[in-house]
Design a binder for this molecule. Structure first.
Ligand code: NAP
Length: 398
C-alpha cells in the first residue's frame, strides 16, 4: 500500500496562504494572513484574519484548536505582531499556548513589528524559522507592503482594449470591449482594491457606476479626477454618493474660473450641492514642472502641467486609509499616472475585436515616449484567459 507522503513546511505554508486569501477585500489596510497549527503531523487548527479590526489569524487559529496546542508547530505567512492595536499581540497567545516552533513566511514591514515579533518569540524559547515560501507570501500582500513602505496607495491600472489597441470607438462608445467572464473578473478586482479611480472624461462619456457587483463584494471608494468640478449632479456616482464613499479631486481656482466662464451656477453653489449629496471634495494643486522626477520615461509637454498633481492626491488618499487603487482611466488620466510613476501593476484585457479609427481612444495617451528603449516594461507576467478574451498582468519594472 502507498504511504502518505510526509508533509514539509512549504505544504503547511501553502495551506496558510490559501486561508489568508479568504480575507481578500475584508481586511485592508491590514494584510491577509492565514495560520495552520500542527501537532504530531496533524492539523489541529486553522484560522485567518477575517475582517479589519477582528482577531488576527494566529489568535483565531489558537482559539479554535481541537486539542491542547502545547508543543505544536504554527505556520503563518506573516511575522506575528507584538504590539497592541485593535487586538492584543499575537506573540502573547503563541507564548501562552506554549507553541514549540513557529514557521514564518515573511517578516512584517510595519515598524511596530519588523523583526521584533520573532525576537520576542525566540526570547521565550520558541524556535522560529523564517522565509518559508517568502516570495509567494510577499506577493500575496504586495499592497500591504507597498503601502507600509511608501505611505502611498498601491496603484494598479486596469483597462480593456480591442486587438487594435482601442478602449472605445471613435464615437466614444465602449460598451462592451470584453465579454462577461472578463467583466466578472474585473468585479473581483474591484472587491480587492480599496479605491477605484477614473477621470472626468470617463464620467461624462459613460456615466459609470464604478461599484462592485461581485456577490458579497465590497464597494471601493470612488475617486474622480475633475479639476473644474464638471461632474454632473445627475451622474450615477453623484446620485449614489450617500451610499458609496465618493471623492472628487478638484482645483479650486480652476473650478471657479470654469464656472465663471460657463455663466451657470457659481462654483460655491456647485460645491455645496455636491457636498449635500455626500461627495467628499479634495482640493489638489496642479503638478508643477519642478516636481517632475528626472529623467522621465514619457516625453514632457506643457499640457501635462495643467493637471491635478496625482502624487499629492495619493498622499491625501493614503491619509484617509486608502491603501490601494484600481485605476480605470481613460487614456488621459492613465497617461498622467504613468508619467508620474505611480503605477505598480497593470491588468490589460484584450478582446479579439478590431474597431480601427485614428481618433478612437487608446489605453494610455499623453505625449508618449520618443524611443522604444525607454518603454515602461512589466515583470512577473501572468496571462489569463476569460472566454475569448485575454488578460495580461504584471508588475511595473523599476
Ligand atoms: N475600455 C476601458 O477600459 C475604458 C476605461 C475607462 C475609460 N474608457 C473610455 O475612455 C474614454 C474617456 O477617456 P479620456 O481620456 O477622454 O478621459 P479620462 O482619462 O477619463 O479623463 C480625463 C480628464 O480627467 C481630468 N483630469 C484631472 N486630473 C487629471 C490628471 N492628473 N491627468 C489627466 N487627466 C486629469 C481632465 O479634465 P479636467 O482638466 O477637466 O479636470 C482630463 O481631461 C471614454 O470613451 C471611455 O469610454 C475606456
Amino acid at each position: 500500500m502507498q504511504q502518505n507522503k510526509k508533509k514539509v513546511p512549504e505544504d503547511y505554508m501553502r495551506q496558510a496562504l490559501e486561508l489568508a486569501k479568504q480575507g481578500e477585500g475584508k481586511v485592508s489596510p491590514n494584510p491577509m494572513v492565514g495560520c495552520v497549527v500542527v501537532k504530531d503531523e496533524r492539523v489541529i487548527a486553522t484560522g485567518f484574519h477575517e475582517k479589519y479590526g477582528g482577531f488576527h489569524a494566529e489568535r483565531n487559529a489558537l482559539l479554535n484548536c481541537t486539542e491542547d496546542p502545547q508543543g505544536a508547530e504554527l505556520y503563518v505567512n506573516l511575522e506575528p505582531c507584538c504590539h497592541y492595536g485593535k487586538t492584543p499581540p499575537c506573540t502573547e497567545i503563541i507564548i501562552e499556548k506554549k507553541i514549540k516552533k513557529v514557521y514564518v513566511g515573511c517578516l512584517d514591514s510595519n515598524p511596530k513589528v519588523a523583526g521584533q515579533g520573532i525576537q520576542i518569540l525566540r526570547e521565550h524559547g520558541i524556535s522560529v524559522e523564517t522565509g518559508i515560501l517568502e516570495e509567494e507570501c510577499r506577493a500575496l500582500n504586495e499592497v500591504f507592503f507597498y503601502y507600509m513602505e511608501h505611505k502611498q496607495p498601491f496603484v494598479a491600472m486596469k483597462y480593456a482594449m480591442t486587438l487594435d489597441g482601442k478602449i472605445a470607438c471613435e464615437t466614444g462608445d465602449s460598451k462592451w470591449v470584453t465579454g462577461e467572464e472578463a467583466r466578472a473578473y474585473v468585479q473581483c478586482l474591484r472587491n480587492r482594491y480599496r479605491g477605484i479611480m477614473a477621470g472626468i472624461g470617463t464620467i461624462l462619456e459613460d456615466d459609470p457606476m464604478l461599484n462592485c457587483r461581485m456577490e458579497g463584494g465590497r464597494n471601493p471608494a470612488r475617486i474622480i479626477c475633475d479639476s473644474k468640478l464638471r461632474i454632473p449632479l445627475d451622474s450615477q456616482v453623484v446620485k449614489t454618493a450617500s451610499q458609496i464613499e465618493t471623492i472628487v479631486a478638484f482645483h479650486p481656482k480652476e473650478a471657479e474660473r470654469y464656472r465663471a466662464n460657463a455663466g451657470a451656477e457659481t462654483f460655491e453653489e456647485v460645491k455645496r450641492k455636491l457636498e449635500q449629496q455626500g461627495i467628499i471634495l479634495l482640493e489638489i494643486p496642479f503638478k508643477q514642472p519642478e516636481d517632475m522626477e528626472q529623467p522621465v520615461n514619457i516625453a514632457q509637454s506643457s499640457e501635462n502641467f495643467q493637471r491635478l498633481d496625482l502624487s499629492r492626491l495619493l498622499q491625501k488618499l493614503a491619509e484617509r486609509g486608502i491603501d490601494s487603487i484600481l485605476l480605470e482611466g481613460g487614456g488621459t488620466l492613465n497617461a498622467s499616472a504613468l508619467q508620474e510613476r505611480l503605477i505598480q501593476r497593470v491588468y490589460a484585457f484584450v478582446a479579439p475585436k478590431l474597431v480601427a479609427g485614428a481618433k478612437a481612444k487608446s489605453p494610455v495617451e499623453g505625449s508618449g515616449i520618443l524611443f522604444m528603449r525607454d518603454a515602461v516594461t512589466l515583470q512577473d507576467i501572468e496571462v489569463m484567459r476569460f472566454g475569448e478574451d485575454l488578460c495580461m498582468m504584471g508588475r511595473v519594472r523599476r
